[in-house]
Ligand binder design. Structure first.
Ligand code: F0G
Length: 460
């Protein structure tokens, strides 16, 4: 198979669902109805839904059949013990606390450890991680390397943390740091991996300062496969073994299983030692559920127990990362600039460069996201001035540092011909890009406006 250039899905399809293919007029009508905000589109009007890779996975026959064996007992369900054993085997962590998704794990762990004035360093915190720390009066500190902030840098591990800054930061603020983190892969920075060497060095720094080290492990398998591909001394190793070496470096992890757990809902905290476990289980009971289900049905735990092993299949991981690279390279070839090098779960288009004729205050990222939908029914997500733009004290517009559009790929859902079809359509979009116009916001909620604000297109 290695001599073939065509990427093939390493699975056959047993169950299908229809692809919603609408006419251009119907898409235009849906856009108007949604106020040009793609979050407000009914999913039934979207052909290729690249809004997120979270919870959008297609499950395997093995997962669906495991679900039928679930033991839905309130306490002590045998499904929990099966799930616990898989997490223990993969991570080496003894204590496993299920949660309904990643942010529930964040709320529980930070609720126990973060106080007003606390500081939590990481490469980059994901939005919900940051929000859960800030909600408790703490500070989420991003210390990613400089290359991680440069969209065109081709550094192979742009998720790495800046080790000198981390060491100095820990030295200066030791008393205020209840835990240190690393996000693998670094979603905020473009789904970029962290090198095993960087993980070793960061762990040593946290250990030197006696700071507990917790991984945000929601894309741990993709990160481990990148290590195999890009860190030459690990090329011959099994991904499962690399993953275990990563977990061995930390004191525990939080995981949104909606990504590399290959499930539609679920998450967990896993810890090496017992000191926080009682406190976490107490608050788990208060808000999520009994410690052997944590807000999930037992069938979800069964699906997750199978998914965590399936995701470490190397044929799957090679295919997964090949598709993302294929999409990024395909776009680059026809003149669409993307964050380099391609990350694991998503392609990020640099809309500021691509649509240089649309100024940031007219939201070039949103203009591109709207065009992607209008042109071929693709739903992507603006990560630019709609999401992060602000007004200063005088009311003047302050743009976000980058105007990106994220196409995040659900796992095992779309086929290679779907991806080719999308790329083919993008050629027309590139040809007509000078006709694209910006938008203005006509309705805006007081916070997190990107979810519900409404736009009007600006005239030509
Ligand atoms: N950490 C990272 C790195 C994430 O990417 C996410 C979610 C979470 C934590 C929170 O997990 O959604 O299960 O509560 N990322 C999704 C995304 C939403 O689209 O990137 P959750």
């Amino acid at each position: 198979m290695s001599t073939h250039r065509t990427i093939i899905e390493p699975f056959k399809i047993k169950m299908t669902e229809p692809l919603h293919i609408l006419t251009g007029e119907a898409r235009q009508a849906a856009l108007e109805e949604a106020g040009y905000n793609l979050f407000l589109l009914p999913a039934s009007t979207v052909t290729f839904d690249f809004l997120t890779d979270s919870g959008t996975t297609a499950m395997s026959a093995a997962q669906w059949s495991a679900m039928l064996l679930a033991d839905e007992s309130y306490a002590g369900s045998s499904s929990f013990f099966r799930f616990e054993a898989v997490v223990q085997r993969i991570t080496g962590y003894r204590f496993v606390i299920p949660t309904h998704q990643g942010r529930a794990a964040e709320r529980l762990l930070f609720g126990l450890l973060v106080r007003p004035g606390s500081k939590v360093p990481s490469n980059n915190h994901f939005d919900t991680t940051r929000a859960n720390i800030e909600f408790l009066g703490g500070q989420a500190v991003d210390l990613v390397i400089a290359e991680g902030k440069d969209p065109q840098s081709r550094h192979p591990f742009k998720g790495n943390i800046d080790l000198d800054r981390l060491d100095r930061y820990c030295e200066e603020h030791r008393a205020d740091i209840p835990l240190g983190m690393l996000t693998i892969t670094n979603n905020t920075g473009g789904g970029q991996p962290v090198a095993l060497a960087n993980l070793h060095a960061a762990a040593a720094i946290y250990r030197k300062h006696a700071i507990p080290f917790i991984l945000d492990a929601c894309r741990f398998a993709e990160n481990s496969h990148f290590i195999k591909q890009r860190e030459p001394e690990h090329a011959g190793r099994a991904v499962r073994e690399i993953a275990r070496e990563i977990f061995d470096l930390a004191d525990g992890c939080m995981m949104s299983a909606k990504k590399d757990g290959l499930v539609n809902i679920g998450g967990f905290i896993a810890l090496r030692d017992e000191r926080w476990v009682q406190g976490l289980r107490n608050s788990l009971i208060l808000t999520e559920g009994f410690p052997t289900y944590g807000g999930l049905a037992a069938r979800d735990l069964e699906a997750l127990a199978v998914g965590l092993d399936e995701v470490l299949d190397e044929a799957y991981l090679s295919y997964r990362l090949a598709v993302t690279r294929y999409m990024a390279e395909g776009m680059n070839r026809i003149g669409i600039p993307t964050v380099q090098p391609p990350g694991g779960h998503a392609v990020y288009i640099d809309a500021k460069t691509f649509l240089a004729h649309i100024p940031p205050e007219q939201f070039p990222g949103q203009a591109l996201a709207v065009a992607l939908y209008r042109q071929e029914g693709v739903r992507a997500c603006e990560i630019g001035s709609v999401m992060f733009g602000k007004k200063d004290a005088t009311g003047a517009f302050v743009p976000a540092p980058m105007e990106l559009v994220r196409l995040a790929f659900p796992r095992r859902v779309y086929t290679q011909s779907h991806f080719d079809y999308v790329l083919e359509g993008l050629t027309e979009l590139v040809r007509d890009k000078q006709q694209m116009r910006g938008l203005r916001i006509v309705h805006e909620p007081p916070f997190l406006r990107h979810f519900t604000c409404r736009f009007a297109p600006l005239g030509g």
